[in-house]
Design a protein around this ligand. Structure first.
Ligand code: LLP
Length: 489
């Protein structure tokens, strides 16, 4: 039994550690008559029995309705200031064939930032004309492919990319639409933003150079300039940082309008979600209206027409739709300064959710296979990796009788968990299962031990010595000729 009087908590103890806060858990999550967590109509114990744990579970209806709500919110806000808007789903948050289709069917474009993301989106049938292609270091092959398939816009991230993309488009006999990514000097995270003149980061170009670089873009026949792009950060809770950034961008946009057409303004993504009860993001409708108001006011002051707007949300669409299921393996009371900390170790960890280790992210966890009348106990949920920083949930209150064999669910893992997953310690990456209306289907197969072994070309001693008959297609083993071999020949 976990100790109820452990170490000081940064989180308030809930009256009932079985409750599912609707701000944090997917909109279709609840408990059945047995007390088992149900997501999308499917009980967690059935999911675990059929697909194993760890398991990423995505509530399809929640993902779709969040996409639709976000699009509608921005469309309404844009219409209120006499313009329209394109919403792109930021694929870096979680991209798979099924998700591409959901987002496309909900009327969103797809934002990709590597050749791999582009390949998935294309393979899933997304219209390249409704895609944006990002990246601060796009390869020539990535640029050529994006141009060849007719990507709707390539976001130029540096001065060097102007000629790279222009030359690739010229070679392909195409005119490529481009945006110019600038740094507005506004950094935002959660409920604060900081505005500076200069930004020390790798993305984009300084706002002060935008006119000069846009003029260069316009000087290339193979490019069509759409406008400025800016992304100020991620997990942002209100409109103020976006508004400030938009106002700064529009000052330069107005100068550019005097020199030629500037149809668009892309304000990026970054809308925040609640990971725990402490997070309080403003409703997306309020954020959309707040940004639109600021855009309209700036355009009035500058005497320019309101441009078409674009946004690229990822986390705010897919994050709250995801839940990760784990099985508890070990519960260990650890004596520490001031008390006892209870470590609840689960069968996954930093390989399926790197965010706690990487960013100190906070999460919410609940028993998934049952409820309990035991009092809440403060615990730390740890993974199974060979690293002390392998924490899944740093602090959470679970029923004090949490025990080996219990299923544990972690909320809001839909964004940047699967996409940041690794094979650390040769742990296979879990499957992703979509649940909807009581049915579950695998949308990304989990890795197997065979997958882990398949790419290791050194397992076969003969092959490793260079005497193998063949190597896997696409991954030829380099031919190494050592001095000793050379001498023997
Ligand atoms: N557009 C651009 C240009 C971006 O760089 C990003 C995120 C987005 C859109 C989507 O942002 P979102 O709406 O998802 O916040 N791995 C970190 C987040 C990195 C975000 C990178 N760029 C995390 O797990 O918190």
């Amino acid at each position: 039994m976990a100790s109820a009087s452990a170490v000081p908590s940064v989180r308030p103890a809930p009256a009932d550690p079985n409750t599912l806060n609707p701000a944090v858990w997917p909109e279709h999550a609840g408990r059945d008559a047995r007390g088992v967590l149900v997501v999308g109509g499917v009980p967690a114990d059935e999911l675990a029995a059929e697909f194993g744990t760890p398991l990423y579970v995505v509530d399809e209806a929640a993902a779709r309705s969040r996409a639709a709500r976000l699009r509608t919110a921005f469309e309404a806000a844009a219409a209120g200031i006499g313009t329209d808007v394109t919403v792109y789903y930021a694929g870096k948050s979680f991209l798979s064939g099924a998700v591409v289709r959901w987002m496309t069917e909900e009327g969103l474009g797809i934002d990709v930032c590597t050749g791999g993301e582009l390949a998935i989106a294309l393979a899933a049938g997304a219209d390249p004309a409704r895609m944006g292609f990002h990246g601060n270091n796009k390869s020539s092959a990535e640029i050529e492919r994006a141009v060849a398939v007719g990507v709707g816009a390539i976001i130029l991230d540096s001065e060097a990319e102007i000629d790279r993309v222009a030359d690739a488009a010229a070679r392909a006999g195409r005119v490529q639409r481009v945006r110019l990514r600038v740094n507005s000097g506004v950094h935002a995270s959660t409920h604060e933003f900081l505005a500076t003149a200069h930004e020390d980061q790798k993305f984009g170009v300084p706002l002060a150079r935008a006119v000069e670089l846009a003029t260069r873009i316009r000087g290339r026949d193979s490019l069509e300039f759409l406008g400025l792009h800016c992304h100020i950060g991620s997990q942002i809770f209100d409109a103020s940082g976006f508004g400030e950034s938009a106002a700064r961008l529009l000052g330069v946009h107005a100068e550019l309008v005097r020199l030629g057409p500037v149809p668009e303004l892309n304000l990026g993504g970054g809308f925040g979600i609640a990971y725990t009860e402490a997070d309080d993001p403003r409703p997306i409708e309020e954020i959309a209206l707040g940004i639109a108001d600021r855009v309209a006011a700036a355009c009035r002051d500058l005497d320019v027409a309101v441009p078409k707007l674009a946004f690229e949300p990822g986390r705010s669409i897919i994050g709250p739709a995801g839940v990760t299921l784990y099985t508890v393996g070990t519960v260990k009371p650890v004596p520490i300064e001031g008390g006892t900390r209870t470590y609840v170790s689960v069968d996954g960890g930093m390989s399926d959710n790197a965010r706690t280790a990487l960013y100190g992210a906070a999460y919410s966890a609940r028993l998934a296979s049952r409820t309990s009348d035991a009092p809440p106990a403060l615990v730390r949920v740890a993974g199974k990796h060979c690293e002390s920083g392998d924490i899944v949930v740093d602090q959470e209150h679970l029923p004090a009788d949490v025990a080996p064999g219990d299923l544990l669910a972690v909320a809001a893992t839909g964004a940047y968990c699967w996409s940041l997953a690794s094979n650390y310690n040769h742990v296979a990456r879990p499957a992703v299962v979509a649940v909807r209306d009581g049915r579950a289907r695998v949308i990304v197969r989990g890795e197997t031990e065979a997958d882990l072994l398949a790419r290791d070309l050194g397992l076969d001693a003969a092959q490793d010595a260079g005497h193998g008959a063949s190597v896997a297609a696409g991954a030829p083993a380099p031919t190494v000729s050592t001095a000793a071999e050379g001498a023997a020949e």
